[in-house]
Design a protein around this ligand. Structure first.
Ligand code: PBG
Length: 329
């Protein structure tokens, strides 16, 4: 045989494979989502998300110690309020659960980067991401409350806000509200391409945020669409988004790729609760090699173009990466 080109040349051992490896998962990629709730000494497991908990503030602080020790740079905070009402007032309460968690975390871990989820669904009794009138999800009225939420979180000490509601115009409203309150330095990481996905099931258990009627299809995007993701993201970029989130991640690699290519902004892939639950369930059954599959799923998001990985796997991934020689995979 007269072969000149032999791709196998560069695969013959781990040394050369690692030298020509194109994508890597790094500690600085990781954003760890966490759930905080009221009470004391509470560390409530989420049955469909083994390893993930709702933490009362004392337990939250203990958990942060591990996050910081593992050198995870950032967390994304979700709150479970004590009471829900039809206007989601817990979301923008200056003493709300997320605001308190942010104050506490900043005090003890000033270098941990705190990102807060901006949405109403955890705080409304109907479970929708905006205000509801006659069965309709109102847009502009909801946007006002979302802007208030972002301002109160930033005032408490959040380093960045992340609106996940998918109302039209919320990035601009949040940007203007932050600027008007002397918070012009706070960046916005927007869930720009967020789909109405079945993969969010376990999260709704974790955050107690399942809609009590209907579904989220009038505000979140239709899964078969990709042009729509470009239009949505374009609006958010014009309105002032600093980082774009694509969500979910695994079934949406094309959207991660396209948004990265087109907008050239940092892109965060949200490796959502259902994706996490599937891997955990299969590995609990011994059907897959857990570490290998987690690293393969995450590096696939990076290969598609993601700069950041929002993932419930952050702790375990960081443990692997911190091991001597820890390429993780
Ligand atoms: C709230 C929100 C959701 C998620 C993040 N923010 C749920 C939803 O839209 O129903 C999902 C995260 C996950 O599944 O891990 N708007």
């Amino acid at each position: 045989m007269q072969l000149r080109k032999r791709p196998r040349h560069l695969r013959s051992n781990e040394v050369i494979r690692s030298m020509v490896r194109e994508n890597h998962i790094m500690l600085t990629d990781l954003i760890y989502p966490m759930f905080v709730c009221y009470g004391e000494k509470k560390k409530i497991p989420i049955p469909s998300m083994p390893g993930i908990f709702q933490y009362s503030l004392d337990e939250f602080l203990l958990a942060l110690q591990e996050v910081v020790t593992l050198k995870i740079p950032a967390i994304l905070l979700f709150g479970i309020p004590e009471y829900k009402d039809d206007i989601g007032s817990g979301a923008y309460d200056e003493c709300g659960i997320v605001q308190e968690a942010v104050r506490l975390a900043k005090k003890h871990y000033p270098n941990l980067y705190l990102i807060t989820d901006v949405c109403l669904c955890e705080y409304t009794d109907h479970g929708h991401c905006g205000l509801v009138k006659s069965g309709q999800i109102l847009n502009d009225e909801s946007v006002e409350l979302l802007a208030r939420t972002a301002v109160s979180q930033a005032r408490a000490g959040a380093d960045m806000v992340a609106p996940s509601d998918m109302m039209d115009g919320r990035v601009l409203a949040i940007r203007e509200a932050l600027d008007a309150e002397g918070l012009a330095h706070i960046p916005i990481m927007s869930y720009s391409a967020k789909y109405a996905s079945g993969f969010y099931g376990p999260f709704r258990e974790a955050a107690g945020s399942a809609p009590q009627f209907g579904d989220r299809r009038t505000y979140q995007m239709d899964p078969p669409n990709s042009d729509e993701a470009i239009r949505e993201t374009e609006l958010d970029v014009e309105e002032g988004a600093d980082i774009i989130i694509v969500k979910p991640a695994l079934a949406y690699g094309d959207i991660i790729y396209q948004t990265k290519q087109k907008f050239r902004l940092p892109v965060a892939a949200y490796n959502v609760s259902g994706e996490y639950a599937m891997i955990k369930a299969a590995s609990a059954n011994g059907w897959i090699d857990e570490q290998r599959i987690i690293m393969e799923a995450l590096v696939g998001m990076k290969r598609a173009g993601a700069d950041l990985l929002i993932t419930y796997h952050a702790l375990e991934v960081a443990r692997w990466l911190n091991k001597p020689g820890g390429g993780g995979a």
